[in-house]
Design a binder for this molecule. Structure first.
Ligand SMILES: [Zn+2]
Length: 393
C-alpha cells in the first residue's frame, strides 16, 4: 500500500442526535500538528462532517498493548463520537499518520520507561551528592577566608569545652616538649621544596596545638589551624613504649586535615546541599549553627583520611622523621579500649561502670564513635608502615 493512501478503518459513528450508529470508514491523514481524521460514509445517503484537523478531535487515552483489542472510542465533540473495534489497527494507523507519543505518555504507558527515568533521576541525585557537592565544596573553599574558619573553630572549641572536653592533666613540661616538636614539624611546611604539601595556594593558617582530656585516645583538627590531642593518646603512646615520633606522625596527619581544609569542605558541602535544597537561602544564622554541628561531629570522610595520611607521610619524610611509629600507635589504639584514665573505668566484673554524672555522660561519645571518625585504622596503619599512605584503595 503506497504511503499516500492511508488505511481506512471500519468504525461506527454516533452523530450525537440519533442513537443508531452509522457504519463509516475512518481515514487518518498526516497533518502539521499531528494526524487529522476523515470520515467516509459506507451507507448510501449518509452525510458525514468535513475532515477534522488534529486539534478538533479528543484523541483517546494512551495505548496499552494489553488493551489492544479493546474498542477505541474517539470523541468528535459536537459531531458525536466514533467506535473502532480494532484498537491495534487504530494505533498502527495513527502512528503511520505521524502520531508520536510524548515522553509523558510513554511514561504513563510503559512502566519500564518510567522506571528508567526514575532510576536515572535517583542516580543523578546520588552522583551529585557523592561527587558533585564534594567537588563544588573543594572549589568554593578557596574563597572561604581563614578568619571565618578561625571563628567557626573558636565556637566549636567552646562547645566541646562546655561539653565533654576537660583540661589536660599532662605535666606542663610534657606539654611543652610535645608542643616544641609540633612547632618544629609545622615550621617544616615553609622549608625547602615543600610545595607538594600545600593543597590551597597561599593558605597558611597558624597551626596551634591544644591538649585536652575527657575523651578516649584521639586527635582532631579544626579548620583554621587548631589541633587537639587528648591525654589518652599521649598515655597510649607511652604505654606502647613508642617514641614521640608516633605522636608527631598523628599530628602530621591532623595538620594534613588543616592544610586540605577538610572541615571547611564538609561545612561548605553541607551549605551547598542546604542552599541547593533551598533551606538555608539567606539564613546566615542557620549556616553558622550547622557549621559548628558539622565541626563538632568531625564526620571525616574516608577520602579525607587518605589525603591526611598521604600528607602525613609526605611531611614526615620532608622532616626526615620515621612513619612506622605512627602506624604502630594507630594499631595500638585500634585494639580493645585499654581503659585509660580518660575513659570510664571498667568495673571489677568487667562490665562498664558509669563514672560520670548522667547529664554529662549523655553528651560523651563512645570510643567506637570517635574511632569511626577515623575509619579503617588497621588498613591505614598497614599502608603507612609500608610508606604508601597515599595509595590506600
Ligand atoms: Zn584524620
Amino acid at each position: 500500500m503506497p504511503e499516500s493512501t492511508p488505511a481506512l478503518l471500519r468504525a461506527r459513528w454516533y452523530d450525537g442526535r440519533s442513537s443508531q450508529p452509522q457504519p463509516v470508514l475512518v481515514g487518518l491523514e498526516p497533518g502539521a500538528r499531528g494526524p487529522g481524521l476523515r470520515l467516509h460514509p459506507l451507507a448510501p445517503g449518509t452525510a458525514v462532517p468535513p475532515p477534522f484537523a488534529h486539534d478538533e478531535v479528543e484523541w483517546p487515552e494512551a495505548w496499552r498493548p494489553s488493551r489492544a483489542q479493546r474498542t477505541v472510542v474517539v470523541d468528535l465533540r459536537q459531531n458525536g463520537s466514533l467506535e473502532i473495534d480494532d484498537g491495534a489497527q487504530w494505533h498502527a494507523a495513527l502512528e503511520a499518520a505521524g502520531a508520536r507519543p510524548g515522553l509523558a505518555q510513554r511514561m504513563q504507558t510503559r512502566w519500564r520507561v518510567f522506571a528508567g527515568v526514575l532510576l536515572a533521576a535517583v542516580l543523578g541525585l546520588a552522583l551529585f551528592y557523592r561527587y558533585g557537592t564534594p567537588w563544588a565544596a573543594t572549589q568554593l573553599t578557596r574563597f572561604v577566608p581563614v578568619g571565618w574558619e578561625q571563628s567557626f573553630s573558636q565556637e566549636a572549641m567552646r562547645e566541646l569545652d562546655d561539653g565533654f572536653l576537660r583540661p589536660s592533666r599532662l605535666p606542663e613540661a610534657r606539654q611543652a616538649a610535645l608542643r616544641a616538636r609540633f612547632d618544629a614539624l609545622a615550621a617544616q611546611l615553609g622549608t625547602g621544596d615543600s610545595s607538594s604539601l600545600h593543597r590551597y595556594r597561599g593558605y597558611a593558617p597558624r597551626l596551634q596545638l591544644a591538649f585536652r582530656s575527657g575523651m578516649p585516645a584521639n586527635a582532631f583538627a579544626l579548620p583554621g589551624g587548631q589541633i587537639v590531642v587528648t591525654d589518652a593518646l599521649v598515655d597510649e603512646a607511652a604505654r606502647a613504649g613508642l617514641p614521640d615520633d608516633a605522636l608527631v606522625g598523628v599530628l602530621a596527619h591532623e595538620i594534613g586535615h588543616v592544610v586540605h581544609r577538610h572541615g571547611t569542605r564538609l561545612v561548605v558541602e553541607q551549605g551547598v546541599l542546604n542552599v541547593g535544597l533551598g533551606l538555608a537561602l539567606g539564613d546566615v544564622s542557620s549556616v553558622v549553627a550547622m557549621a559548628s554541628t558539622v565541626l563538632t561531629g568531625l564526620a571525616y570522610r574516608r577520602g579525607h583520611e587518605r589525603e591526611a595520611d598521604c600528607f602525613a607521610v609526605g611531611l614526615m619524610q620532608h622532616a626526615g622523621l620515621p612513619v612506622a611509629p605512627m602506624a604502630d600507635l594507630l594499631m595500638h589504639i585500634d585494639g580493645p579500649p585499654a581503659g585509660g584514665k580518660d575513659q570510664p573505668p571498667a568495673a571489677k566484673d568487667g562490665s562498664a561502670a558509669p563514672a560520670q554524672p548522667q547529664a554529662d555522660r549523655a553528651r560523651t561519645p563512645s570510643a567506637a564513635e570517635w574511632l569511626s571518625s577515623h575509619p579503617d585504622t588497621a588498613a591505614r596503619a598497614q599502608a603507612l608502615r609500608e610508606g604508601r599512605g597515599c595509595l590506600v584503595p
